[in-house]
Design a protein around this ligand. Structure first.
Ligand SMILES: *[C@@H]1O[C@H](CO)[C@@H](O)[C@H](O)[C@H]1NC(C)=O
Ligand SMILES: *[C@@H]1O[C@H](CO)[C@@H](O)[C@H](O)[C@H]1NC(C)=O
Length: 514
């Protein structure tokens, strides 16, 4: 029946969980469904013996059974998830409260380009990698397991992280099918589409995505969730099906800023399989990211407004007004707005002349071939094998969508003169543009609508955080993105948390049957 909501009987498996809310002086019982539960809610329920990890995983398995056939946010569920949950429940009994990570016993979904050495496949959504055997867990997965998290499954994505062809529909992969935005049933944006869809629709607690240019920030915005695109190197890329070691980064996609901060805390840090993590370790704050979840996080922050990003044209009064309201909220929260700024070279970054694509194509071939070579077993061993695989399996891989980026990448020949020039140009664009703007104006962050600004962050390895800001009259979610210099995660989290506290925009989707 059209219009029937699935969310009314969300707790059919468990019934509504009565969770004791411990709000200091006003202790009271509330009926709280597991839908929208945060890490804090869940840990509290664990410790009060109101919930087990096993029940939590059972709840999500039921959610996946009912919602995933429509939304296609998940490619594979881990057959060992329930066992891992039971083990976490046992460990909790034997541990002193508070000695465990906020992720202990929590199911985490990881994008299908992030390797897990278990029963799950790691395929970037492509049949070409089905049956490949990874040498070990990805660096970030090792850290998740150390924190006691449950690897719940693999999220769908835009196949090959959207690097096979620009004609590929966003959120589509041969193995995952077409992922759907749970708010609109339209495109979810990618490439970390499934990660965003699945947390938005309460099919899992938290997730990991990856970004090379926009792949965390865009789906986060469009699916009304929080995404953190960390400084490149802050999180290990070892064991991630790559595009570019210069731009790739792994980050959390969650329903709240605090959940995202705790997931980030669990996955940052040095990894001997990704040397960039050693240098970037200096950006990790002593005492972790939790300390930056402060209600007054906006107070005194210098936030830059680059007006070019706010120009929606004279006809789009909705978004023009919506983002004016967002800017006013920042000010109301105590931020010092530095308005009417310009980023030098912005046109060059967006008109295709920056050199980003030249660099990425060559880097992709080099890094993908290195990833494939390291696999213990694999149907393909090189980019050229992948191209051949797609030709031979043109139906399965829907070759109608093309593979022109693969072909262009295959035609490159290492980092030659053109690539060196492109890399130099990119570095200069960042230095003379965004970096100069931030330093000259002593900014803590730049705020921009949606994920429009993501190429600026991508080419410089800069961090960004996307937070839900509302819904347009058609029900499309929209967000605001805060970005800063390398290592600015603490203040971006403060700003994002302060904004979230003031606005509380996110609402769960009411998912309609087709
Ligand atoms: C991994 O792929 C193989 C081959 O298709 C399949 O048999 C197996 O069930 C997959 N693993 C999971 C956890 O889905
Ligand atoms: C990391 O750096 C060390 C020392 O320079 C080098 O021997 C090693 O091969 C590098 N590891 C990787 C994964 O690049």
């Amino acid at each position: 029946m059209a219009g029937q909501s699935f969310l009314l009987d969300i707790s059919m498996l468990l019934g509504l969980m009565a969770i004791l809310s411990s709000c200091g002086s006003c202790s009271f019982h509330t009926e709280l469904s597991l839908e929208e539960a945060t890490l804090k809610d869940l840990q509290r329920a664990f410790y009060q013996n109101k919930l087990t990890s096993r029940q939590l995983v059972e709840f999500y398995l039921e959610q996946v059974r009912r919602l995933n056939p429509i939304l296609k946010g998940i490619i594979e569920v881990n057959p060992d998830a329930l066992d891992q949950a039971s083990r976490a429940d046992l460990e909790r009994k034997k541990s002193s409260p508070r000695s465990l990570s906020p992720l202990h016993g929590i199911p985490v979904l990881v994008k299908d380009n992030i390797a897990t050495k278990d029963k799950l496949n790691t395929t970037a959504g492509s049949f070409a990698l089905l049956g490949s055997v990874v040498p070990r867990d990805a660096g970030v997965v090792t850290k998740l397991r150390m924190a006691g998290a449950i690897i719940f499954g693999k999220a769908s994505l835009s196949e090959w992280s959207y690097f096979r062809s620009n004609a590929l529909p966003s959120g589509w992969s041969a193995r995952g099918g077409q992922g759907k935005n749970p708010y609109t049933m339209g495109e979810p944006c990618g490439s970390s589409s499934g990660s965003a869809i699945s947390v938005a629709a309460n099919m899992v607690t938290v997730s990991l995505g990856t970004e090379t240019d926009g792949s965390i920030l865009c789906p986060s915005t469009l699916n009304s969730v929080v995404g953190i695109k960390p400084t490149v190197g802050l999180t290990s890329r070892a064991g991630v099906v790559p595009i570019s070691s210069r731009q790739d980064t792994v980050g959390p996609i969650c329903r709240t800023v605090s959940d995202a901060a705790y997931v980030l805390e669990a996955i940052v840090g040095a990894d001997r399989y990704d040397n960039s993590t050693i240098e970037a370790s200096k950006y990790i704050p002593k005492g972790g990211y939790g300390q930056f979840l402060r209600a007054g996080g906006l107070k005194g922050k210098r936030i830059g407004i680059v007006r070019e990003f706010y120009d929606f044209g004279p006809d789009d009064t909705f978004y023009t007004q919506a983002y004016e309201k967002v800017v006013k909220t920042l000010k109301k929260g105590g931020a010092i707005l530095v308005d009417n700024l310009m980023i030098d070279n912005l046109e060059q970054i967006f008109d295709g002349s920056s050199g980003e694509q030249i660099a990425l194509l060559a880097e992709f071939k080099i890094s993908l071939n290195a990833y494939l070579k390291e696999l213990v077993a694999s149907p393909i061993r090189s980019l050229s094998d992948a191209i051949e695989f797609n030709k031979k399996n043109s139906k399965l891989e829907n070759l109608e969508y093309g593979q022109e980026e693969f072909l262009k990448a295959e035609a490159t020949n290492g980092i030659g003169d053109a690539e060196k020039a492109a890399l130099a140009r990119l570095a200069k664009l960042s230095k003379d543009g965004f970096e100069r703007l931030m330093i000259k104006n002593k900014l803590d962050a730049v705020a921009a609508p949606g994920s429009l600004i993501s190429p600026v962050f991508a080419i410089g390895g800069f961090p960004g955080v996307s937070v839900p800001a509302g819904y347009d009259p058609q029900g499309n979610p929209y967000g605001i993105c805060f970005g800063g210099l390398k290592g600015f995660e603490p203040r971006l989290i403060e700003i994002a948390y302060g904004f979230e506290r003031l606005t509380k925009s996110r609402k769960p989707p009411s998912i309609k049957r087709q």
